[in-house]
Design a protein around this ligand. Structure first.
Ligand SMILES: [Fe+2]
Ligand SMILES: [Fe+2]
Length: 198
């Protein structure tokens, strides 16, 4: 079967659209966090948005490989999420949900690609799915920490590093403003479980 005539071809286009949408929604949320002084979370979301852009790029390249001539148009009929517009906390919950929904779709796309004999594309779907599951865990972690107000307050002493000037303090709680450069607390790096750093 030629890729152009396969279900996998339209799944690539669907996935591409989903990644582009995800990137934009994440940037909307990033803006909200930065606007409210949560610089460190905004930077983290920015990183994830950039990873979504690169997922889109990989999928786009695969679509381009399917045809030797210019692809004028691909009709894509699918549903895409449009949920994020609420408060910061709710948005984190929605971002997590979107990632899990995407991961589920990728599982289906992977299976279809295998059935159609496109193993290389199936592997790409699988790798992206694994990243989306990690993204979901990051958003879930941020949601939990924000909800129980433990973003900058821990049970044990930890190192709080100011990304603006490099000042480090060891304490249960992060500084309100950095004693060295006066950066606000929201600049201070948030703590994620070790296997979740992105
Ligand atoms: Fe993605
Ligand atoms: Fe993601």
């Amino acid at each position: 079967m030629k890729l152009k005539d396969s279900k996998t071809f339209s799944n690539l286009a669907r996935a591409y659209m989903a990644e582009c949408g995800a990137r934009s929604r994440y940037e909307f949320c990033e803006y909200g966090f930065r606007y409210n002084g949560y610089e460190a979370i905004a930077t983290l979301i920015d990183k994830i948005a950039y990873q979504e852009f690169n997922h889109a790029r990989v999928l786009y390249m695969k679509l381009q490989d399917a045809e030797m001539k210019m692809i004028d148009n691909i009709d894509v009929c699918a549903g895409f999420p449009f949920k994020e517009k609420w408060d910061l906390l709710t948005n984190l919950q929605l971002l997590c949900q979107d990632e899990l929904d995407e991961a589920k779709a990728y599982e289906e796309f992977e299976q279809t690609a295998r059935e159609e004999g496109f193993d290389e594309i199936a592997d790409i779907f699988k790798m992206i799915r694994d990243v989306e599951v990690r993204h979901a865990r990051v958003f879930e972690e941020l949601y939990n920490q924000m909800k129980d107000k433990s973003l900058y307050k821990k049970a044990k002493e930890v190192a709080w590093i100011c990304p603006a000037c490099g000042y480090v303090s060891f304490d249960k709680q992060a500084w309100e403003t950095c004693p060295l450069c006066q950066a606000k607390q929201g600049y201070c790096d948030v703590k994620l479980p070790e296997d979740l750093y992105i």
